[in-house]
Ligand binder design. Structure first.
Ligand SMILES: Cc1ncc(COP(=O)(O)O)c(C=O)c1O
Length: 459
């Protein structure tokens, strides 16, 4: 007698059908669940949101992501293991992941006019290290801006792999705090670096990427442009783009792209040129990210990047970028008018660097006093600064978050006046801020924050 086996379950058909309950926008119920399950953590998350709402965030490396970006980051995509690239994963179940990653790649290309984009780097630092490891063998020479002149750790600092495993030669700034392209050329001719890094964490002026490429071509080096700080201005056309000048461009996504924690690698006209070993430069960079320096990608973060990049490429971003550039100018003008010395005398970007040394204040004391008033900035070394790194002789300010809060030139100027008020009082009090000044500044901060709420964060 034969038994008939039950028919095997039919694989889900690739037909259009409703997806059932809205599994993406479960943020509300997820938050309620967190509140029930872990009141301690819930309270901490709430406190942080309230802190962000009620303080003036003026850290130049910071911005505020739209809640739609945060929703992607907190979605079920976080459950997905999807090693590999779209169409070539090492796990099943990745068809949606492939669509999402392709969308993020397309949007990155559109936002920057790039030929190719890699959206998997977990951060700007991972993006830079992937580039370094792909192009340099241990001991090879790279040329980057010195850390104490505003370069980033990953540009050759001995505190990082970039300066420990490679022969890092640093270029410095002029007495006025400006890049000195002739000197960079001399160094490149003298040291024949395999890679030149253009880009900075603390440089308020326009970077001439075309000039950097001339130097790279003359000396046979690759050029990496790290636009982590100025990516939004670049995308909006308010800073010259490096995409077709540099062989490779990197950026982090949480600063001026108003996106999630993460990084991007972008390639322009050199994308399809030969890489140092096999394949094109673009395929070399892809391998450098996975499997060379990273494992599984974070699809939730990639979706959040896609969301942020759509905004960056859209019509409202130009207005935001203009506002942040105007805001930085207004901050620089007010601080100068109040007698505070600025590195390079002003700014072309979102960033303003105050040289505190002539005031007798140090960065750490100023940073703490400002925070006690609800103004968040960061202490930073300025060119020629010999003050210890945790103390510093300067402050770095930026306008990204103020602009996202809708602050125009006048409001940004008012924030700068508040900074100057606090620093003046601190100076007069020999490093001690009088309580009355603190309360008056805190009241002004409350007023400004209430008038300019974080966009989309209040119910
Ligand atoms: C110029 C520059 N490159 C890279 C990075 C690193 O970015 P991430 O924090 O995403 O690693 C930074 C961060 O501050 C930066 O300023």
């Amino acid at each position: 007698m034969t038994t008939t086996l039950p028919a095997p379950p039919i694989a889900p058909a690739a037909v259009a059908r409703p997806y059932g309950p809205d599994l993406v926008t479960f943020a509300g119920s997820a938050a309620a669940r967190l509140r029930r399950a872990d009141a301690t953590l819930y309270d901490l998350l709430n406190r942080e949101a309230a802190r962000q709402h009620s303080t003036l965030m003026m850290v130049a490396a910071s911005s505020v992501a739209d809640p739609s970006v945060l929703a992607c980051g907190g979605s079920a995509l976080g459950n997905l293991t999807a090693e590999g690239y779209p169409g070539g994963r090492y796990h099943a179940g990745c068809s949606v992941a492939d669509d999402i990653e392709r969308l993020a790649i397309d949007r990155a290309k559109t936002a920057f006019g790039a030929q190719d984009a890699i959206v998997q780097p977990h951060s700007g630092s991972s993006a830079n290290l992937a580039v370094l490891t792909a192009l340099l063998a241990p001991g090879d020479t790279l040329l980057g801006l010195d850390l104490d002149c505003g370069g980033h750790l990953t540009h050759g600092s001995p505190a990082s792999v970039s300066g420990r495993y490679y022969n890092a030669v640093g270029y410095r700034l002029t007495r006025e705090g400006l890049l000195d392209y002739d000197r960079i050329r001399d160094l490149a001719l003298a040291h024949s670096p395999k890679l030149i890094v253009a880009g900075a964490s603390a440089y308020p002026r326009t970077i001439d990427f075309a000039r950097f490429r001339e130097i790279a071509d003359e000396t046979g080096a690759y050029l990496l442009a790290d636009i982590s700080h100025i990516a939004g201005l670049v995308a909006a056309g308010l800073h010259p783009s490096p995409i077709d000048h540099a062989h490779i461009t990197t950026t982090s996504t949480y600063k001026q792209l108003y996106g999630p924690r993460g990084g991007l690698i972008l390639l322009g006209r050199d994308a399809r040129s030969s890489g140092p070993e096999r394949g094109t430069l673009a395929s070399t960079m892809r391998r450098a990210v996975f499997p060379f320096t990273q494992g599984t990608p974070d699809l939730a973060s990639i979706a959040a990047k896609a969301r942020a990049l759509d905004f960056v490429a859209g019509p409202d971003f130009a207005e935001l970028a203009k506002r942040l550039a105007d805001g930085a100018h207004a901050i620089a003008e007010r601080l100068s008018a109040r007698g505070l010395p600025l590195v390079t005398g002003g700014t072309d970007t979102h960033m303003v660097l105050i040289d505190l040394r002539p005031t007798g204040l140090t960065g750490d004391v100023a940073e703490q006093a400002l925070e006690s008033c609800g103004i968040i900035v960061n202490r930073n070394r300025v060119p020629g600064d010999t003050t210890p790194v945790r103390t510093t002789g300067g402050l770095r300010l930026g306008s990204n978050t103020l602009a996202a809060r809708g602050m125009d030139r006048t409001a940004a100027g008012a924030c700068a006046d508040l900074v100057a008020d606090v620093l003046d009082a601190l100076r007069a009090g020999s490093g001690v801020l009088p309580p009355a000044v603190r309360s008056a500044a805190r009241a002004r901060v409350d007023e400004l924050c209430a008038r300019h709420p974080l966009p989309g964060y209040l119910a």
